[in-house]
Structures are given as structure tokens and as C-alpha cells.
Design a protein. Structure first.
Length: 327
């Protein structure tokens, strides 16, 4: 049975007043090379675009910036290159309130993405790992004390999988709540990573591939058999999960119970980084003793706010800005 968790905006937004918890995020920082177009190009096609913008991004950096902007205490662990983008990325994170004192510098290019955004706010993204690919297990071990001193650990897959797996183990052993964002998606998650992650965040298409289930023929995920999906997710190894459904909101799967979280509808300008805003808010909520449902409800508002601005980190709001937008 699905429990519908519709709630008034002021009730959900009160959660912004409680964000104080500590978070470690391990992973990626990217310079996002972004061009706006009327529509996305087809394969082999060249179309005209607007001025090139260089914006701060990277899934882990985005998640850290979101959490810090709404009040959490956040440390980011990862690597930048020896190029000019490094100072830019670290400076932007520092401005957001993220502690970057444990980020290392390695020779070569920092991580980059090439992003095209159309008039509807939809995007295509190509990722080049650069320095993110050099965040190795030795670095994780050297950072262990600082990394495991927080309450919650956020992970995605823009770093080497062996590093992500080892960091999850370190966090689990230290008693942290470990949240894995299976993005960029891979279905073959290591068994140790599953065992040492407390919960997973995926979208509906990633969830279907991960669990090996068919997508609804009519695309109606709200009408899917969520009791069966919940049990399949538990059998896979995750007793707690959030499945995002785009414009339909999200589903929280928590110890056998299923909750529907409603979407917050806005006129989208650019959806780049909205999923990371959602993830960062869930991290902040869990670190501040919210339930998973409460964290996901708040994340719907924070990620909706991000869709009203250009870029990823550049579009993220403070607690006050988000409160004013939706109150």
C-alpha cells in the first residue's frame, strides 16, 4: 500500500530551520561548459547556440553545495587538476560554505562536462573525469579521520568504483549513514558497496535496470506495483531507497513501507543539477535527524527552486531564498 504524503508548503519548509547536521561527500568536481539552444541537436547535426558559459558543477560538488547552502556542515573530498578551473571550482564551493581543505590537487585537467540546454530546460551532458579519476583508495585512507567524523556520507559514481566501495566500507564501520546515488548509473554494483550502503537514490529508469524489472508500457509509474518493487529492492540489498519520478515526484521505500512524495511544479529554466540538489537536501535532512520522508519532501522544494535558474550550483538557493520562493 502506498501512503500519500501530500503536505502544505509551510509545513515542509519548516524543515529548513532544522538543518545543522554534518556531512562528508566524496567524489567529483567539474567545470560545466554550457550552451543554450532552441532544441537539442540530433545525431550528426550542427545547430546554433547561445554564448558559452563556464559554470561550477560535478555531482558530488553540487550535492555538497546544496547541503551547505541550506545550512548543513559539509566537507568535500576529491581532487582538482593543475589547470585554471581548479581555483574556480574550489572558490565557488567555498562561497557556498563547503569545507574544501581536504581536496587534493593532481597534475592535469580538472573534471569537465559539456552541456547543451534547450528552450524547455531539458539537457544533454557529456562527462570527462579528469582529476576525478585520480581519487584513489590511498587518498581515502589518508583522509579517513576527517572523512568519517561526520554523521552522513554521500557517494555517487563519478569517482573510481573501487574508491567509492572502500569509502562506503569506511563510513559504515564508523557508524555513518551511507547514501549512494547510483549515478552515472551502473547496474553491476559491487556486493561490498551494496552491503555497506544504508540507502540508495535512483530515478525510475535506473531502478528498473538495477532490479531487472519491466517499465510500465504506458509509462505510468504511479500505477506500478510498488509493493512488489519494494520487496524486490529489499531482496536486492537495500531496505531504504528513494526513487525519483521526474514531474511525478518520488517514492520513498523505507523498511517495507512505500510513501509517495509529490512534485513541486515550477516553470523550469534549466534542469541541470536538480537531481543533485535533491540528493544534497536528503543528505542534509538525514544529517539533521529528519525521517527519510521528511528529507524527500524538503528535497522536492529545494530541487524545484534549482530548476528556476541557470546551471547547477549557480541555481541553488539558500534556505531563506527557498522559503521566500514557495511561502
Amino acid at each position: 500500500m502506498i501512503q500519500d504524503m501530500a503536505a502544505a508548503p509551510d509545513q515542509v519548509l519548516k524543515g529548513l530551520d532544522t538543518i545543522t547536521g554534518s556531512i562528508s561527500v566524496v567524489g567529483s568536481m567539474n567545470a560545466d561548459y554550457t550552451v543554450n539552444t532552441d532544441r537539442l541537436p540530433k545525431p550528426g547535426e550542427t545547430i546554433n547556440g547561445g554564448p558559452l558559459q563556464v559554470l561550477p558543477g560535478g555531482k558530488s560538488a553540487n550535492q555538497a553545495a546544496t547541503a551547505a547552502r541550506i545550512g548543513a556542515q559539509v566537507r568535500l573530498f576529491g581532487a582538482v587538476g593543475s589547470d585554471s578551473n581548479a581555483d574556480f571550482l574550489l572558490g565557488q564551493l567555498g562561497n557556498a560554505g563547503v569545507d574544501v581543505s581536504h581536496v587534493m590537487t593532481v597534475p592535469g585537467a580538472s573534471g569537465t562536462t559539456v552541456i547543451t540546454v534547450d528552450a524547455r530546460g531539458e539537457n544533454t551532458i557529456v562527462y570527462s573525469p579528469g582529476s576525478n579519476g585520480k581519487v584513489d583508495v590511498d587518498y581515502a585512507h589518508r583522509s579517513r579521520q576527517a572523512l568519517t567524523s561526520a554523521k552522513v556520507l554521500g557517494l555517487c559514481l563519478e569517482s573510481p568504483i573501487e574508491t567509492v566501495t572502500e569509502v562506503a566500507r569506511m563510513g559504515h564501520e564508523a557508524g555513518m549513514t551511507v547514501l549512494l546515488n547510483d549515478s552515472p548509473f551502473r547496474a553491476d554494483l559491487p556486493a561490498d558497496l551494496i552491503a555497506n550502503s544504508d540507502l540508495i537514490l535512483v530515478n525510475e529508469h535506473e531502478m528498473a535496470q538495477l532490479l531487472g524489472i519491466d517499465e510500465p508500457e504506458d509509462g505510468d509509474w504511479l500505477g506500478a506495483d510498488w509493493d512488489r518493487i519494494n520487496q524486490t529492492m529489499q531482496d536486492f540489498g537495500f531496505h531504504r531507497a528513494i526513487v525519483t519520478l521526474g514531474g511525478e515526484g518520488s517514492m520513498v521505500l523505507d523498511q517495507g513501507r512505500t510513501y509517495r512524495i509529490h512534485a513541486v511544479h515550477v516553470d523550469a529554466v534549466d534542469t541541470t543539477g536538480c537531481g543533485d540538489a535533491f540528493m544534497g537536501t536528503v543528505l542534509a535532512g538525514l544529517a539533521s535527524d529528519m525521517t527519510l520522508v521528511q528529507a524527500a519532501q524538503l528535497a522536492s522544494y529545494v530541487s524545484a527552486y534549482a530548476a528556476t535558474g541557470q546551471g547547477a550550483q549557480a541555481s541553488y538557493g539558500t534556505a531563506e531564498q527557498i522559503r521566500l520562493r514557495f511561502s
